[in-house]
Design a protein around this ligand. Structure first.
Ligand code: BJW
Length: 227
């Protein structure tokens, strides 16, 4: 018999205790920025400098934060389960990999990567906009942050959907359930027979779709759940 297969989805709440602001909480990222100003391709077309500056500031802030016990607990769980574990994060920070996670999908992209608008190649983000080198693949100067904005298709969806279909347990951690398709993963996993668990500071918008929920700070309730 195979071991239990677990898919974990994380959102901004797992990084909150590391000092990375969430999006929709009262002290969240978008308190100072309207979402339409920064998180759509149209906004980038209109004001690339403003949007780049927003991501430059968040990239710089990453150097000042560290993974917390919730990130570490998920890395330990992966060590134990190996291929039966998949971590899907909506976060564009790199705290999961810095804690040791490897079976990890960044469905909304990565702050430390650049995406070429001309050829689609993804590469490491080197420096700020003014001194970005040309795209290493096609040589144009069409690099943008490698993040998924509203109206764009999140990364690696077929792989995520396959894992949800095969999961015995789906766990959602630190996400408000306000943004699709991630907010719908609980229903997909449930439809295929998985048990579903929410771990969040407060009941999320999607709480009623989960079989079970535990509420509190991720730095406490995630290690408790993993042990
Ligand atoms: C703690 C805590 C602590 C705090 N411990 N917990 C109408 C209906 C349905 C869908 C749509 C619709 N109209 C449009 C859509 C689609 C749209 C969408 O969902 N819109 C909604 C607003 C309705 N979605 C899209 O456009 C997506 N693409 C898409 O659908 O393509 C079509 C397609 C899909 C699939 C296959 C084929 C085609 C793209 C969405 C891209 C989202 N991008 C962003 C920005 C990324 C770059 C960046 O970071 O700047 O992603 S938006 C932003 O929200 C970011 C996040 O990843 C995402 C989710 O936020 P998250 O992580 O949940 O954060 P918060 O702040 O909302 O919540 C934090 C939670 O933590 C709270 O609950 C707290 O309580 C908790 N918390 N401290 C534990 N210490």
């Amino acid at each position: 018999m195979s071991a239990m297969r677990i898919v974990v989805l994380t959102g901004a709440g797992i990084s909150a205790e590391s000092g990375v602001p969430t999006f929709r909480d009262s002290d969240g990222l978008w308190e100072g920025h309207r979402v339409e100003d920064v998180a759509t391709p149209e906004a980038y077309e209109m004001q690339p400098g403003v949007v780049q500056a927003f991501y430059d500031a968040r990239r710089a802030a990453l150097d000042l934060v560290e993974p917390n016990p919730a990130h570490a607990a998920l890395a330990r769980l992966e060590e134990h389960l190996g291929d039966d574990f998949l971590l899907v994060t909506q976060n564009i920070d790199d705290l999961h990999e810095r804690a040791g996670s490897q079976r990890l999908i960044h469905m909304h992209g990565e702050l430390k990567k650049a995406l070429c608008r001309s050829c689609g190649r993804r590469s490491e983000w080197l420096g700020e906009l003014s001194d970005l080198p040309p795209c290493p693949a096609c040589g144009t100067c069409e690099l943008r942050p490698d993040v998924v904005w509203f109206g764009e298709i999140p990364y690696r969806m077929p792989e995520i959907e396959d894992a949800l279909a095969e999961a015995d347990l789906f766990v959602s951690i630190g996400t408000s359930g306000a943004v699709y398709p991630a907010a719908g993963f609980v229903q997909v996993a449930r439809a295929y027979g998985a048990h579903t668990l929410e771990l969040n500071l407060v009941p999320s918008e999607g709480r009623s779709m989960f079989h079970e929920a535990r509420h509190g700070r991720a730095g406490q309730i995630v290690p408790e759940w993993v042990e």
